[in-house]
Design a protein around this ligand. Structure first.
Ligand SMILES: [Zn+2]
Length: 337
């Protein structure tokens, strides 16, 4: 299990950083040089950005940047060193693909843009660490490791297109990994889905061991969205489920399907059987918890025993979906009845 919680100071690379406050300015361009150094991972954030735009083991040589000049609208392949737009001459940087500069403005706080950047960095670190295991221990460490992202598997705001890249990248990794790996999930700790999940648990609608399939009916109920079928398609690269662990904790994991999109305009893939890593992920959730935090997952603090390897537990746990007494299938009755 791996969780990245280091602090990182940086700013939005490139000339489109206007109005960055002085306290952030010393770290301009650190994106290019800042290295993530964990064990043998020794890559710059920029290197990881190109890796994410390529395939595992083969970084892309360019990223496609939509030129930010008004009315230019040119899609330009930009190498690591940057390039001038061939239509308008504006210097383009590979980090422009993140479009974080769009969040920097006279009236907005820099924290908003830096928050986006932080979520990009977290994704890049995940890409780097998972790829490290994929390259160096594809048959041993990778299938016995669960990567837990703090928050859902999602990318919000201007960099949201990375959602599609992340999905393609990790699906390509899955296709070249023995078994069901890589095992990765996001854990959502706040938000409407978490509130809804806690409500279900409070009223014992969701009992320990239950997995709630969040299909369009559930999504419509939780979000009050007019078009629940299209929920999440621009944002998430994993599908949300609601799980009540065997010790009663309420967890909202997002899990990636090995093929296809978790959400699309037709409701996506709500069926847990389309997520072969899900059983093992829930098994790890059941085995790791903390009395210190409500609904917590504490890496390295297993509840009872050391987590079994995801691949082993996938075979031994959870006979069938759904478990518990509630109809929790995509076509089943909505919860609360
Ligand atoms: Zn241009």
């Amino acid at each position: 299990m791996m969780r990245w919680s280091g602090s990182w100071t940086g700013t939005i690379a490139g000339s489109r950083c206007k109005n960055v406050r002085p306290e952030y300015s010393p770290s301009v361009k650190r994106f290019r040089t800042k290295k993530i150094e964990v064990n043998r991972l020794n890559q710059t954030l920029l290197g990881l950005l190109f890796l994410l735009h390529g395939t595992p083991g083969t970084p892309a040589t360019t990223v496609r940047v939509n030129c930010p000049t008004e009315d230019c609208n040119r899609d330009v392949p930009v190498p690591a060193a940057g390039v001038e737009c061939d239509a308008c001459g504006l210097p383009l940087f590979p980090t422009d693909v993140l479009r974080i500069h769009e969040e920097v403005g006279d009236e907005t706080r820099n924290e908003s843009a830096l928050g986006r950047l932080m979520s990009v960095v977290e994704l890049l670190v995940l890409v780097g660490l998972a790829t490290l295991l994929w390259e160096q221990s594809r048959k041993e460490l990778l299938p016995t490791t669960l990567f837990i992202v703090d928050g859902p598997l999602a990318m919000y705001g201007p960099p949201a297109k990375l959602r599609g890249r992340a999905l393609e990248y990790f699906q390509a990794m899955g296709a070249s990994t023995p078994g069901d790996g890589p095992y990765l999930c996001g854990i959502e700790k706040t938000g409407t889905m978490v509130d809804f999940a806690r409500q279900l648990a409070r009223h014992e609608v969701l009992i320990p061991g239950d997995l709630l399939v969040c299909d369009a009916d559930v999504i419509a109920r939780v979000t009050n969205a007019g078009n629940a079928l299209a929920y999440g398609k621009e944002t998430y690269w994993g599908r949300k489920f609601i799980y009540r662990s065997r010790d009663g904790r309420v967890i909202v994991p997002t899990v990636m399907p090995p093929a296809g999109a978790p959400y699309d305009s037709q409701g996506g893939q709500p069926d847990p059987d389309d997520y072969p890593t899900l059983r093992a992920i829930l098994d790890v959730i059941d085995r790791t918890g903390s009395s210190m935090y409500v609904d917590g997952i504490i890496p390295g603090q297993p509840r009872t025993e050391r987590p079994r390897s995801p691949s082993a537990s996938a075979r031994t746990s959870y006979g069938s979906w759904p478990r518990g007494g509630l109809a929790l299938t995509p076509s089943g009755r909505p919860p609360g009845r």
